[in-house]
Design a protein around this ligand. Structure first.
Ligand SMILES: Cc1cc2nc3c(=O)[nH]c(=O)nc-3n(C[C@H](O)[C@H](O)[C@H](O)COP(=O)(O)OP(=O)(O)OC[C@H]3O[C@@H](n4cnc5c(N)ncnc54)[C@H](O)[C@@H]3O)c2cc1C
Length: 431
């Protein structure tokens, strides 16, 4: 492949936004905090903001650079994320009332984030662009229609059903057998949202510490003693906000999530005509493929950003670039001559029951398991877990679910590459 000769392996978003922020060195941090947060993505920042504004002293420990996990490298597709199990899947698993409540909570999280961005006046290129989801098989189209109509009815969430004969008004490919437009879905610039949140946290007095991997957490009966490098810091409460990057320091949480590498590529700027031939309404897009491909125009409408699961857990940009490029060309052969300028990836966390989780585990607060749809969920549930820590009403429908693991699974997803290859094979051959 010639398109991969020259590409950057940092996220496209980082070209626009300098995420380097003023941090406190480990030597300078205090000995005691009300709350210590592990991880500086949306979950950690959102929780830190709510806690600090409520008067708590808060320190965030980040193993890498601040916000360098999934939160500043995702696709920025924003919606209530209804579709992981689908309405019927949810009903089969949890019953009608709980299924409805899960969907309502998802919508609440989405609305909460939109309101938050507006109230806090965070400039993050928010666009209410709507999302087109294409059916790769005729039977997928039928079930998408049934589900979308029930969603629209149950939640008053506007949709349009798009027959195959009309789909070129939405997307420039014949690979789909029709699809659904979720009219209220949105998109944003994730690194700008992260940067805005960091600024708000700093104004509220949150201490940010980078290159500070938490290696041990010990219950000292009055709170916790947290070991970070050579330092020991006391905290009244600890929040684990490490999602797909959860490590052995919280082994009991690690075995409850399945980390999956999600990867993205960005094309060079396209002509207006070429972009219009792919995404005439500049919406976000996805399909019903098992490998969950998603794509969207960049905020200036010039580039196509295309993402999907990486087949390997290893960070190998040249490999996932090739796979994504071929998958993109399968949908849009008209992009054949367009160079790829960026290829990057990050880790997401799936829970075994497909719903996010938050609560207390061995005395540690946590929120994680967003199943690849964490822009709204991580921000909303970060706020909710902060409310719980403050003794306020942080209840959600997710409180009623156990956070399950699987027999013999300790947090090492050695089997995932084989599972993903099977999904890729099944997508290709139409199983
Ligand atoms: C390529 C990609 C595309 C995506 N696209 C979308 C999308 O379009 N829409 C959507 O809704 N979601 C998307 N997601 C998912 C979304 O980005 C995540 O669900 C969300 O950002 C999770 O936020 P978080 O704060 O919980 O975790 P993260 O942002 O991943 O932050 C976790 C942090 O914890 C730190 N950490 C871990 N262990 C330790 C330790 N021991 N000590 C200190 N720090 C530690 C890590 O270094 C990391 O920075 C995508 C994800 C990826 C990777």
């Amino acid at each position: 492949m010639t398109k991969a000769n020259e590409f950057s392996n940092t996220p496209f978003w980082h070209d626009d936004i300098d995420l380097s922020v003023a941090t406190t060195s480990l030597e300078q941090v205090d000995d005691d905090y009300d709350v210590l947060i592990v991880g500086s993505g949306f979950t950690g920042l959102s929780a830190a903001l709510s806690l600090a504004r409520a008067g708590k002293s808060v320190v965030i420990m980040e193993a890498q650079d601040i916000a360098s996990g999934a939160s500043s490298r995702n696709g920025g597709l924003l919606g209530p994320s209804f579709h992981k199990l689908g309405l019927q899947g949810l009903i089969d698993k949890f019953g009608h009332d709980t299924a409805n409540a899960v969907l309502q909570e998802s919508l609440k999280g989405f609305d909460w984030l939109l309101e938050f961005i507006e109230k806090e006046q965070i400039d993050c290129d928010l666009q209410r662009c709507g999302r087109f989801r294409g059916a790769i098989k005729q039977q997928h189209f039928k079930s998408l229609c049934v589900q979308a109509e029930s969603l629209a009815k149950a939640l008053d969430y506007p949709i349009d059903i798009i027959e195959k004969s009309q789909q070129h008004q939405e997307v420039g490919t014949d690979k789909y057998q029709g699809g659904i437009v979720y009219k209220k879905d949105a998109c944003l610039h994730p690194a700008k949202l992260v940067k805005g949140l960091i600024g708000k946290c700093q104004q509220a007095g949150v201490t940010l510490v980078a290159q500070a991997a938490v290696s041990h957490i010990k219950d000292n009966y009055a709170g916790f003693t947290v070991t970070v490098e050579q330092r020991q810091i006391n905290a009244g409460a600890v929040l684990i906000a490490s999602n797909g990057y959860t490590q052995d320091v919280t082994a009991d949480l690690k075995k409850r999530v399945l980390p999956i590498r999600s990867s993205m590529i960005a094309t060079a700027p396209l002509s207006k005509e070429l972009m219009a031939s792919i995404s005439p309404k500049l919406r976000t897009h996805g399909g019903t493929d098992r490998l969950v491909f998603y794509y969207r125009p960049s905020p200036d409408g010039q580039r196509m950003l295309f993402g999907g699961r990486a087949l390997s857990m290893l960070e190998k940009p040249a490999v996932y670039l090739l796979f994504l490029w071929e998958s993109m060309l399968n949908l849009f052969p008209q992009l054949n001559e367009v160079p790829i300028t960026h290829a990057w990836s990050g880790l997401v966390a799936y829970s075994f029951d497909h719903v996010p989780h938050l609560g207390l585990n061995n005395g540690l607060y946590y929120a994680m398991g967003y199943c690849g749809s964490g822009v709204a969920r991580a921000n909303y549930l970060g706020h909710k877990i902060a409310l719980k820590m403050l003794g306020e009403d942080g209840s959600t429908v997710f409180d009623q679910f156990e956070f399950p693991s699987k027999c013999f699974y300790s947090g090492n997803p050695w089997f995932m590459p084989a599972v993903l290859r099977w999904h890729s094979f099944a997508d290709r051959w139409g199983f």
